[in-house]
Design a protein around this ligand. Structure first.
Ligand SMILES: Cc1ncc(COP(=O)(O)O)c(C=O)c1O
Length: 426
């Protein structure tokens, strides 16, 4: 009753188009670790949310937040030990050439700032992003977010290039041939800017290719494409909003796993474990050139509370070995999901890295026909059985499984067993 009336009130004041998960929206009231609790006291295993990266309401993060909030919180135009120490710690996690940080409050703002830096420093406007990508909600960032912006609304300064998905696009080609085909597509997009009289500014992609469906991009895949980008005077912006902070297990950043060094990196979501903290880390020469001719001030981005929270998140990741946990539990979970794939013909492909998994559902293995309707039913049935996951991909037929990082083998067992039971009923 309480939930029904809340839904009605929400519709009235926020509208029917403000997105909500599940056919029966969830009314959550509490979180702890990998668990969420609804208004009726029912417990859900959270196998979806990456924002509570170190676990919902982690006591260490909550304590850092409340301690600093009770001491001082102010906008960012004063000297503050927290933000300098945090920026030093954060940049130390990158390749040495990525040595300067700028802070903001959302991933959208981080990507907006990155686009401004790339455009200002290159003197160009043309940006290449991947097909079916999402990078945020500002006017400029929406134009490079093809997931929600149809081609005729992307404007003249955006081209999209699909990332190669070895499951669907291999067509008998080796990794090397796939990489060359992708690099050729990037080169063609750069040439099409020149043909249209648009100077090129850069290439932007999410280093997990999350919205694109988490394709297993081979190591070394990007090198040729990035050579074209740099030869054309553009910059590579790595969006680490989803892949960063150890999510991919083997490395702290998705671009490190791909074996490339970006010119500009953007990050958000997990950075503040739910507190609105986001940022850009970039090459010193680019940040200095940009800030010389552009004023950048963000009232809240990197304030003393945000910096204290960001630091606590890094402490927890390191002290609790959460990246290492993403390797061991991640490998375990992936293996179990693959075993499930041998039992259920609906599963066409299982892939992932670290604590990020995709299970692609198809109704015909040969034709790889997307099982979109079953995927939607499945995530709703999982929710009914107390496990939260979602879906991604161009056909909305890929289960998106991306739990908070303290996910354990027991949690993985519960996830996969529930998935097994639900698939039996489809
Ligand atoms: C890869 C990626 N980049 C950027 C964003 C935008 O972040 P925010 O919603 O914090 O603005 C998102 C959000 O889903 C994202 O997934």
């Amino acid at each position: 009753m309480q939930t029904d009336s809340l839904l009605e009130r929400r519709y009235r004041v926020l509208g029917h188009n403000s997105p909500l998960f599940y056919d029966k929206p969830l009314h959550l009231v509490r979180g702890e670790g990998v668990w969420l609790y609804d208004a009726e006291g029912r417990r859900y295993l959270d196998a979806y949310n990456n924002v509570p990266h170190v676990g919902h309401c982690h006591p260490r993060v909550v304590a850092a937040l409340s301690r600093q909030a009770a001491t001082l919180n102010i906008h960012t135009r004063y000297l503050d030990e927290n933000v300098v120490a945090y920026a030093e710690r954060l940049t130390s996690l990158f390749d040495p050439q990525l040595s300067m940080a700028m802070f903001c409050c959302t991933g959208s703002e981080a990507n907006e700032l990155a686009l401004r830096i790339a455009r200002d420093c290159s003197g160009g406007l043309g940006i290449i992003s991947t097909a079916w990508a999402y990078h945020g909600n500002t006017a400029a960032v929406m134009q490079v977010s093809s997931l929600f912006t149809p081609e005729d609304r992307r404007g003249p300064y955006v081209r999209t290039v699909p990332v190669m998905d070895p499951y669907r696009d291999r067509a008998g080609r080796s990794d090397e041939e796939l990489a060359t085909a992708y690099a050729d597509d990037v080169k063609r997009a750069i040439d099409s800017f020149s043909a249209a009289g648009v100077r090129f500014a850069g290439l932007l992609y999410c280093t997990a290719f999350s919205s694109e469906g988490l394709p297993t991009v081979p190591v070394g895949f990007m090198a040729k494409a990035l050579a074209h980008v740099h030869a054309a005077g553009g910059y590579f912006i790595a969006d680490e909003v989803q892949a960063g902070f150890g999510r991919m297990g083997s490395h702290i950043w998705g671009h490190q796993k791909l074996g490339v060094v970006p010119d500009i990196v953007t990050m958000g979501k997990p950075m503040g474990n739910g507190h609105p903290l986001a940022g850009v880390v970039a090459r010193r020469d680019l940040v200095e050139a940009f800030t010389k001719s552009n004023m950048y001030f963000n009232t809240f981005g990197g304030n003393p509370v945000s910096a204290a929270v960001g630091m606590a998140v890094l402490d927890v990741i390191e002290e609790e070995g959460l990246r290492e946990n993403a390797v061991t539990v991640g490998d375990y979970t992936l293996a179990k999901l693959k075993q499930l794939g041998e039992r259920h013909t609906l599963i066409g492909d299982v892939r992932g890295a670290g604590m990020f998994f995709a299970v692609e559902l198809v109704s015909d293995h040969q034709a790889k026909t997307p099982a979109t309707a079953q995927t939607k039913r499945l995530i709703n049935l999982m929710r009914e059985r107390g496990v939260l996951i979602s879906r991604i991909g161009m056909h909305d037929n890929i289960l998106k499984i991306r739990p908070p990082m303290p996910f354990s083998q027991q949690h993985a067992d519960l996830l996969v067993d529930t998935l097994d039971q639900v698939m039996e009923t489809l």
